[in-house]
Ligand binder design. Structure first.
Ligand code: TYD
Ligand code: MG
Length: 403
């Protein structure tokens, strides 16, 4: 069946609906995975509240917290609790009995690692338990056509309860990501039998729970200062939509025999590649510099499309001069110093224009994709050296501050 032909339980959050492919599908199992403390329980309670009330009722199984803790959280989120039944239990048989009795419109299990099946010898949270409990929940959900949402902690190695046992069993897996010290949370579909994968929802953790971020690009750039040294705007694709982000770089003379390279929110290998190209193809002296790069707001970018922006941020820091005209940049950097095209350039550049940035460097080979963009001037570049000459010309180097 085509994904849009499936009936769905729509939720109040457009961002969550977007990641799910339109809403929760009856009888489906969705796993919300993430680090402890990232906001899974907050999200589950919001989903539960969405479905409770006039639409129906929800059974919220909590193995991790007491009913009074859930009540406190619900009060904080402004949830009334009509039609929301909280079941503090870790015994799977008991949970299934309660499901039979309540026949809810939605069942939530927080978390799957706390449930146990008495017939198995191993303890709760072991792979055997997690697999068996999930199997029995799936069987119940499919039989009764009730959607279920489970939460699962991710271990240090990035697995959910062992070697990705659960991912194969459930219909959809959404990862909740974000830097715990920042308030942005990304909900990323890594598997979805009823929608597109790699769709991303952007939420913000506030004092009153998770709220939708209506204009993520604007939010991610909100604290950027114009003319900041070492700062460049890049346009990445998150699923089907372009998102703008700010890359920051800082280079400082190192006192270490092997200078440090630290990347937060970017792949360290991409940083090393860009540094190597800057050194060999542009002649920039980086060997005696410690280098720190960061994506503002706790975002993570894994696309080579950010290479050009990263290189310009480094050049801006080394030359101690802001990028001229606060330009944005899109493009992959190749080992011979060429700037290569990346997918969806037109849409990325359009997003740059929408947010009022007037210039955007693009790979020369992709200029044909930029014909229809408004409010922004695409500047074609063939090589990294050329891009640096345009954005951070050598003569502009500011004097180092004297203290
Ligand atoms: P929680 O949903 O308990 O995370 P998880 O279930 O993934 O372990 O929430 C974690 C953090 O979110 C917690 O440190 C407190 C914070 N928080 C808010 O900032 N605002 C809120 O409204 C709520 C409920 C939690
Ligand atoms: Mg929790």
């Amino acid at each position: 069946m085509a994904p849009d032909a499936v009936p769905r339980l729509r939720l109040s959050s457009p961002e969550i609906n977007r990641v799910l492919g339109g809403g929760l599908v009856p009888g489906s199992l969705t796993l919300i995975a993430g680090d402890p403390g990232i906001g899974k329980s907050t999200l589950l309670l919001r989903l539960a509240a969405d479905v409770s009330g006039s639409d129906g009722n929800t059974l919220y199984v909590c193995g991790e917290e007491s009913a009074s803790q859930i009540k406190m959280r619900a009060d904080r989120l402004g949830i009334s609790g009509d039609g929301l039944y909280v079941l503090p239990s870790t015994d799977l048989d008991h949970v299934l009995r309660c499901l039979e009795e309540t026949k809810p419109s939605l069942a939530v299990v927080d978390s799957i690692q706390t449930l146990y099946d008495q017939t198995l010898a191993s303890g709760a949270g072991t792979i055997a338990q997690v697999r068996e409990c999930t199997r029995r929940l799936i069987a119940w959900a499919k039989e009764h056509g009730v959607p279920m949402v489970l939460s699962g902690h991710v271990t240090k190695g990035g697995d959910i309860a062992g070697p990705r046992v659960l991912e194969h069993m459930v219909d959809a897996v959404l990862y909740m990501e974000g830097d715990p010290i920042s308030s942005w949370r990304l909900l990323r579909a890594v598997k979805n039998r009823f929608g597109s994968t790699n769709e991303v929802g952007v939420l913000e953790m506030t004092g009153r729970g998770l709220i939708d971020v209506e204009d993520p690009s604007r939010a991610f750039l909100s604290e950027r200062r114009d003319n900041a040294i070492g700062s460049v705007i890049v346009a990445t694709m998150e699923g089907t939509r372009p998102l703008l982000a700010e890359i920051q770089a800082l280079t400082t003379p190192s006192s270490l025999p092997t200078p440090r390279r630290v990347a937060t929110g970017l792949d360290l290998n991409r940083l090393l590649l860009v540094c190597a190209v800057l050194t060999r193809r542009v002649g920039m002296r980086l060997a005696d510099q410690d280098i720190v790069v960061n994506v503002a707001g706790g975002l993570r970018i894994s696309e080579p499309a950010a290479d050009l922006g990263l290189a310009l941020a480094l050049a801006s820091s080394v030359r101690n001069a802001p990028v001229e005209g606060s330009a944005a940049a899109v493009g992959e950097v190749g080992l011979s110093g060429e700037v290569r095209r990346v997918p969806q350039i037109g849409r990325r550049v359009q997003e740059v224009g929408r947010l009022g940035v007037q210039r955007c460097l693009v790979p020369g080979s992709a200029m044909d994709e930029c014909r229809d963009v408004d409010d922004v001037q695409p500047i074609p570049v063939e090589t990294l050296a050329e891009a640096i000459q345009i954005c951070v010309p050598r003569g502009k180097r500011a004097q180092p501050a004297v203290f």
